[in-house]
Ligand binder design. Sequence first.
Ligand code: 5GP
Length: 206
Amino acid sequence: MRKGILIVVSGFSGAGKGTLMKKLVQEYDNYALSISATTRNPRPGEENGREYFFLKKEEFKQKIAENGLIEYARYCDNYYGTPRAYVEKQLADGKDVILEIEIQGALKVKKQYPDALLLFVMPPSAEELRRRLEGRGTETQDVIDKRMHRAREEAEGIEEYEYIVVNDDLDVCVRELHEIITAAHNTPLRNKDFIEKMRKELEGEK
Ligand code: 5GP
């Protein structure tokens, strides 16, 4: 059975990560999308347990205390974290598990799981990013400005990621993501056991 890998996807708010990930999971088998916990309020149309587990601050703190989160971070006045149990179960089942998380969390995951694949989704331009955030129609101007500011900060960390993907055309971008992940399975870093086994076998040969 092919071993599952952790795929960490970051990108500025409004880059279209959510839509991309939903489509990736729909189009290909073998991906499992982790659902994060957050203390932010649901946006119109979001459902508890589908987009996020929406928790009160005390409930979130409880999760941290129980070691129930792989990582968590504060982002624009709210907490976000990755529940541990689901991720570990899916990896053990051979699934590639996708975490759609911001950069601080991504770096924490990389430390704990050195073979995690870190991908960064970019919009074609900053202007397009603002247009998408405004087009959503769910955020106030103040929140949009905060998120644009945060994008500037996050842009400083892009070199920590293994690949960038530009989300201009959704279908093209989904295909590109899948190709990158497929190739990533074949790096020596992610095949240590197989390489070791081969070396042992070769030692036994004359
Ligand atoms: P939003 O409020 O737009 O849904 O998410 C805000 C930011 O939080 C996004 O960059 C998103 O990727 C990130 N995020 C979502 N879930 C998690 C999580 O579990 N951990 C971390 N560190 N960031 C997350």
